[in-house]
Design a protein around this ligand. Structure first.
Ligand SMILES: [Zn+2]
Length: 253
């Protein structure tokens, strides 16, 4: 059973479903632009997941000068994270982290006979109801949007809820506001992403926590395509607000 991919920006969210859209959104298929080939990516094969038409008004994400947003990830365990800057609608520049310790030296994949590309299928995108001033909505998506739009009394309600939900993970005795913010991390499995921009020429290259989450891809984003051989892994896409480089990474239970 497949699950939706979620898209985020500006306190708005949207989700995918298997359907044909007049905007031509898709999943899988061949690389969609120069710079994505194995030769252009240090000999590493990267995979195209969704390809999203940013002209669809249901899509909340905007990137200046770009109409097509591809979601690329590296499933080869020689890299865990991938950075890429969309230099036009037919080119990208990739960046790989140099400090990732948990990687292999040889090419290896989540399962035997991992496909070189995923089968292509059509996807449509619909806007989701989300109200950042509603305590339920804010709590469920706090890891993406934070809880800054809540009233002071609703924030207290949410703090009591996180104390109950996370009592085995966190000790809230004398907890600071920052510690409550850290604990409000749904829907992420391992806390809010705190990554740096992978573009070495960007002012955010040396700074953690400056990137905005724009997409979350589940383990089975379309029916019949299991990205991780059945393991529960989230794929996270973050956008740098300074240079528009995207960083894709994963979290698991
Ligand atoms: Zn950047």
């Amino acid at each position: 059973m497949s699950d939706a991919t979620f898209l985020f920006a500006d306190f708005k969210m949207a989700a995918t479903e298997a359907n044909t859209s007049r905007y031509g959104h898709s999943f899988g298929g061949k690389h969609d632009r120069r710079g994505a080939s194995r030769d252009d990516c240090n000999g590493i094969l990267i995979h195209l997941l969704h390809r999203i038409n940013l002209r669809d008004p249901s899509v909340p994400i905007q990137i200046p000068g770009i109409s097509w947003l591809p979601l690329y990830y590296v499933f080869d365990f020689r890299a865990n994270d991938l950075g890429y800057q969309l230099t036009s609608d037919d080119s990208l520049q990739s960046f790989f982290p140099s400090d990732d310790k948990h990687v292999t030296t040889r090419e290896s994949w989540p399962s035997k006979d991992y496909p070189p590309e995923f089968p292509a299928s059509d996807v449509s995108i619909f806007e989701c109801q989300f109200d950042p001033t509603d305590p339920e909505d804010a709590y469920m998506w706090a890891g993406v949007f934070g809880v800054s739009k809540l009233s002071a009394s609703d924030r207290e309600l949410v703090k009591r809820r996180v104390e109950r939900d996370c009592e085995y993970t966190y000790d809230f005795t004398d907890a600071t506001e920052e510690e409550y913010d850290d604990a409000m991390c749904f829907p992420f499995m391992q806390g809010k992403p705190d990554n740096r921009c992978l573009n070495p020429d960007c002012g955010n290259h040396g700074l953690n926590g400056q990137l905005d989450v724009i997409a979350l891809v589940p383990p089975e984003p379309v029916s019949g395509v299991s990205l991780w051989g059945g393991s529960d892994v989230q794929l996270i896409f973050e956008l740098c607000p300074l240079c528009d480089t995207i960083r894709s990474s994963n979290q698991s239970t």
